[in-house]
Design a binder for this molecule. Structure first.
Ligand SMILES: Cc1cc2nc3c(=O)[nH]c(=O)nc-3n(C[C@H](O)[C@H](O)[C@H](O)COP(=O)(O)OP(=O)(O)OC[C@H]3O[C@@H](n4cnc5c(N)ncnc54)[C@H](O)[C@@H]3O)c2cc1C
Length: 431
């Protein structure tokens, strides 16, 4: 029987809400969403002397934060040229520096400072290239990046690829030795505990159902009553509800699907991942996979569909992809199969800022274990008027599109377009 709960919850426990207490009538700051972003922000705001209430529609961490692949390390989907053209050189360098280096330093010190044990290991990550032609362009891009920022990374040619992954699928790739893996459910639970210790109040099962201005403050409605907040931070990423229309129009919620295999044995897993690296790939299906923290199973995720596909279809798709990478795994049992929602922006870059006086930090576009706590913290510092809150991610676009009024009606069509692009890329793989 395959469990639909995330594999991580077996060890960390399912996300649990602190005991329910009456909601305060008034707080300095209301944080909407208790994932990595909201809880990291709440910790910083409470440490900054604010009275903070974090509300989540589910249990704290039950969104993407406790369901993700547990890979941690920086990167961007946008090329350096595209970033420079859109935002100018200084902002582009800031975006690169923060995503690759500062966010990683921040999360490591957060783990150390708060004593968060989340099975974090600096395993390194291998990014496999889908098309042979990508190898040269990726090598040139990496060379350029390393002239701009001191990033540790090296190209690995196809002939040596088996040093990192026992698959012939890729045309070589890049090794990032400072990336790592963790148990995301333990990670978000650790930040929740830190926020509570700092004095923030956190309540689950309490969705914010409406938000409006009330003089210089804000009035938030919930099924448990209304409350006034001096400031509001929206931290709902891929779960942004219709009640927060301005943010919802700027975020595309794309599901990601993920499975864990039955225990395969440490030797078998080690033979597939000789250095225990996290693995991602450059194709649009974007498979990401890794050994479990105890090294006995494989956790394997992918964009199996761009919409909330039925479970049978998602599982069949993931099985197909898993055996494409590791043909020997045909027929292995899947102990867990689950999903969660990522939040993409139209330029694939997160943003911290305000819309009509309401703060937000979101849009991690599939990669938030480092960026979400980091930008949650930056948002909090900006709200506190601390110059340390300055971030290049306040200069990204976070623009809406007229054809995305809120509900992502276009995702099934995007799914077809991505499948066709996959087929096209497959035909050109060896060029
Ligand atoms: C399957 C999957 C795999 C991923 N793998 C990786 C990975 O390996 N590495 C990586 O770095 N990133 C990964 N990500 C992305 C990463 O998980 C997210 O970027 C990150 O968790 C975002 O954190 P967040 O706090 O902003 O949002 P979330 O954790 O999604 O939290 C948003 C919260 O808002 C709440 N909410 C919604 N509406 C309301 C409301 N009306 N009132 C109150 N609360 C509300 C939700 O209940 C939810 O808890 C993955 C994501 C998924 C889904």
């Amino acid at each position: 029987m395959t469990s639909s709960d995330p594999f991580w919850w077996d060890d960390a426990g399912a996300p649990a809400s602190p005991p329910q207490v009456p909601l305060p009538a008034e707080v300095d700051v209301l944080v909407v969403g208790a994932g990595l972003t909201g809880l990291s922000a709440a910790r910083a705001l409470a440490k900054g002397g604010k009275s903070v209430l974090v509300l989540d529609a589910l249990a704290p961490g039950e969104g993407a934060s406790s369901r993700n692949g547990g890979m941690i390390g920086g990167g961007h989907r946008l090329s350096i040229d595209a970033m420079e053209a859109q935002f100018g050189r200084d902002v582009a360098i800031g975006l690169l520096h923060e995503a690759h280096l500062e966010s990683s330093t921040f999360v490591k010190s957060l783990m150390a400072e708060e004593g968060i044990d989340c099975d974090f290991r600096e395993t390194g990550r291998f990014r496999g290239l889908w098309r042979a032609a990508e190898y040269e362009t990726t090598a040139r891009g990496l060379e350029r990046l390393q002239k701009l920022i001191p990033l540790e990374a090296e190209m690995l040619p196809k002939a040596r690829q088996h040093e990192e992954v026992a698959s012939d699928l890729y045309a070589g790739g890049v090794v990032y030795p400072r990336h790592g893996g963790l148990n995301p459910a333990k990670w978000v639970a650790g930040i929740l505990a830190a926020a509570l210790r700092a004095g923030a109040r956190v309540q689950g099962a309490t969705p914010v159902t409406a938000l409006r201005r009330d003089g210089s403050a804000h009035l938030a409605e919930t099924p448990r009553g209304a409350l006034r907040a001096g400031a509001v931070l929206v931290a709902t990423n891929g779960y942004t509800p219709s009640a927060l229309a301005a943010e919802k129009r700027r975020i595309v919620p794309i599901p990601s699907f993920i499975v864990a295999t039955e225990p395969l044995g440490a030797n078998r897993v080690r033979s597939l991942f000789p250095n225990g690296r996290m693995i991602v790939e450059s194709r649009d299906r974007h498979c990401y996979y890794r050994p479990s923290p105890d090294g006995t199973r494989i956790v394997f995720g992918a964009r199996a569909a761009m919409f909330e596909a039925p479970e049978r279809l998602a599982q069949a798709e993931l099985r197909g992809l898993l055996t494409q990478v590791f043909p020997d795994l045909r027929g292995v049992g899947l102990s867990h199969s689950w999903r969660g929602r990522t939040g993409f922006t139209f330029d694939s870059l997160p943003n911290v800022g305000q819309i009509d006086g309401v703060w937000h930090a979101m849009g991690y576009s599939g990669s938030g274990n480092a960026m979400a706590p980091y930008l949650g913290h930056k948002a909090a510092l900006q709200m506190l008027g601390d110059p340390g809150g300055e971030t290049a991610f306040s200069h990204t676009a976070f623009a809406p599109r007229w054809w995305h009024p809120g509900s992502p009606w276009f995702l099934p069509f995007a799914d077809v377009a991505f499948r066709l692009r996959d087929v096209w890329n497959n035909t050109r793989r060896h060029l």
